[in-house]
Design a protein around this ligand. Structure first.
Ligand code: ZN
Length: 352
C-alpha cells in the first residue's frame, strides 16, 4: 500500500500495516505528526528497541493499536516545534520523551502511580512511537537533558531503567545487604537492574548465557554470575546463600523460570514481575507461597517522577546506559532480529 502525502507533511518511518514477523516492518513515507497547543514535535535522533516492540508487532489479543503502526517507546532527540501554549521549550533543545501517556488529573496520576491511570498508554504501543524522523508528545512528557550523553545513550535509558527502578526500589523495597537474583543480565532491563540493585547496596546474583555476557555482567557490578545454560541456577543460588535463598527476585521471563524461582526464594522473600518473555501462563504449587510467606508483586512501567529520579542518577554518573549496538532506522528489522536472537548485551538503538 502506497500513500501520497504533501512534501511538508511527510517523514521517513518504519511502520507495519498488519501484525506478523520482522518482514512486516517497512521503511517508508509516513504522515508527519501535527501538534496541538500543548504538544511538542520532537526530531527523533535515536530510538531504542524494547521487547515490547516485538510483542506489539506480533499482535496482542484484545489490544487495539493505531495502524499503520510506528513502534518505539524510547525517544531521544531535539525539539523541532512547540505548540502555542508551550513556553518551557524551544526548537533545538535536547530532550528525552517520557514514554508513559497519562491523564495527569486522576488519583493515580497525582500520587505518582501513573501506570495505574485508566487512560494510561505507552508511546510506540497504544500511541505512535519513535521509529520515525518525528514524534509528538504532550509537553508534560518532554524532559530536558544535558549534553553529557549522546542521543543513542539517552534513548537507552527510559523504559528499562524506569521499569527496573519501579520494580527494585519502589515495589520491591530492596535493602542494602539483601540478596537479589536478576534474570538475563544481557537484556536491556537486566543490564539496568544490575546497576540499580548494586546502587541500592544489595548483593547481586545474575544469570546469562555464555562467558562473554557473564564477563560483561561482572563489569556492570554483578557479584555472582550464573550460566543458566550450564548449571541449575536455583541450586547455585541456594549454595551462594547458605541454602536460604534470595530475598528478592527480578522476574521478567515467565514459565521458563517461575517454578525454579519459587525454589530459590528465601522465607519472606519477594518476587517482582514485569514481563513474561517465555509465555503467558504457568502452574505453581501454592503451598510454599503461604508456608514460606512469599510475596509476588506485579509491576508495570513506572511514574514520571521515578524517571526523573533515574535521569538524575544517570546525570551524576551513578547509573550508565548500556548500548549494545546502533542500527540505521531503515535496518529496524535486522535490529529486532538481533534482539530475538538474544545476541545483545544491553540496548539495541536505532539512529535516525
Ligand atoms: Zn490519570
Amino acid at each position: 500500500m502506497k500513500i501520497k502525502f504533501s512534501k511538508e507533511a511527510v517523514m521517513k518511518a518504519v511502520v507495519f500495516h498488519e501484525n506478523g514477523g520482522v518482514d512486516k516492518l517497512t521503511y517508508t513515507d509516513a504522515e508527519k505528526p501535527t501538534i496541538s497547543p500543548y504538544e511538542v514535535l520532537v526530531k527523533v535522533k535515536a530510538c531504542a528497541l524494547n521487547h515490547l516492540d516485538i510483542w506489539v508487532r506480533q499482535g496482542l489479543p484484545g489490544i487495539e493499536i493505531p495502524m499503520p503502526h510506528i513502534p518505539g517507546s524510547d525517544i531521544a532527540g531535539e525539539v523541532a516545534e512547540v505548540g502555542m501554549e508551550v513556553k518551557k521549550f524551544r526548537p533545538g533543545d535536547k530532550v528525552v520523551v517520557a514514554p508513559g501517556v497519562r491523564c495527569r488529573k486522576c488519583v493515580y496520576c497525582i500520587t505518582n502511580n501513573d501506570s495505574m491511570c485508566s487512560s494510561f498508554k505507552l508511546m510506540g504501543f497504544q500511541v505512535q512511537g519513535g521509529y520515525a524522523e518525528f514524534a509528538k508528545a504532550h509537553v508534560d512528557n518532554i524532559i530536558p537533558v544535558s549534553d553529557k550523553y549522546s542521543f543513542e545513550e539517552l534513548a537507552a535509558i527510559p523504559l528499562v531503567f524506569l521499569t527496573a527502578w519501579h520494580m527494585l526500589i519502589t515495589r520491591g523495597q530492596l535493602k542494602p545487604g539483601e540478596n537479589v537474583l536478576i534474570h538475563a543480565a544481557g537484556s536491556g532491563i537486566g543490564s539496568a537492574a544490575i546497576q540499580i540493585a548494586r546502587l541500592a547496596g544489595a548483593r547481586v546474583i545474575t544469570t546469562a548465557r555464555g562467558n562473554e555476557k557473564l564477563k560483561k555482567a561482572k563489569q556492570l557490578g554483578a557479584d555472582e554470575v550464573i550460566d543458566y545454560s550450564k548449571e541449575d541456577y536455583a541450586e547455585r543460588v541456594k549454595s551462594l546463600t547458605d541454602n536460604k535463598g534470595v530475598d528478592l527476585i527480578f522476574e521478567h521471563i515467565g514459565p521458563d523460570t517461575w517454578e525454579k524461582n519459587m525454589h530459590c526464594l528465601a522465607k519472606g522473600g519477594r518476587m517482582v514481575v514485569c514481563g513474561a518473555t517465555s509465555g503467558p501462563s504457568t502452574t505453581m504449587d501454592i503451598r510454599p507461597l503461604f508456608m514460606k510467606q512469599h510475596s509476588i508483586i506485579g509491576c508495570y512501567l513506572g511514574s514520571k517522577k521515578e524517571l526523573l529520579d533515574v535521569l538524575n542518577l544517570v546525570e551524576f554518573g551513578r547509573l550508565k546506559p548500556v548500548v549494545d549496538s546502533v542500527f540505521p532506522l531503515k535496518e529496524a528489522a535486522a535490529a529486532q532480529q538481533k534482539m530475538l536472537n538474544r545476541e545483545n548485551f544491553g540496548k539495541i538503538v536505532l539512529k535516525i
